[in-house]
Ligand binder design. Sequence first.
Ligand SMILES: [Zn+2]
Length: 269
Amino acid sequence: MANAPETYEIYAIKYAQRNAFRAQHFIFSDAHDVPMPMDYFVWAIVGRKAAYVVDTGFDAEEARKRGREHIRTPAEGLRLIGIEAETAEHIIFSHMHYDHCGNLGMFPKAKIYLQEREMGYATGKYMREEVLRQAFSVDYVTDLVRALYDDRVEYVSGVREIAPGISVHHVGGHTDGLQVIRVWTKRGWVVVASDATHFYDNIFRTNPFPVVFNVGHMLEGYRTIHELAESQQHIIAGHDPLVLARFPAASKELQGTVARVDLAPLHWE
Ligand SMILES: [Zn+2]
């Protein structure tokens, strides 16, 4: 294949978790309610020449305020696979909710890829609504505004190739400017969906997560993800513990902490 893009490795790195119930994760309720915990991840897309950090998580202070269990800082998580936050050059933000864009001070060098529409949403009229702004942190949003004034934000409108083999695609829905990331790997096109689908059951049962700005866009987003991904097994959900259960660990020591989602899942039931 002439001029095929290089293949990337993709790591899903867990940094926090919370206990929750199934009924909290779906708009259309299930008859039976059972415990369904939620994992919190950052991701890293690693090529021969460059690494791209996808999202930067929240800090221990925010975890305490919201009753989440903070296991490690995302910077510590990245260090487990050899990425230093202080020298990281690229961050792709899926969206600006508190669990995705904190800790920016730990990444002083990174250029930031973000949908322009997401900043508009996070600082616009809808933030007058408590129900919509409660998943944002005003401190994290302010840090991103500061990064903009420091010439570090590379705005995207819609679709953009970040590097050959890595592109971002606006889908909206969960937040107005949410984007998914499509990555070329040895097994084909993988889509890091982030919160375009929190759990596999959201997209595969077409049952949206209840924290949502626009349900219609969220459903359209599921279609976009299916179009962009090579198969169902190439979709990486944003908060599902099944990611660590299904995909091979980055090493024996990192079992339950870091999964290689560029590789095929070990099982898929
Ligand atoms: Zn999230």
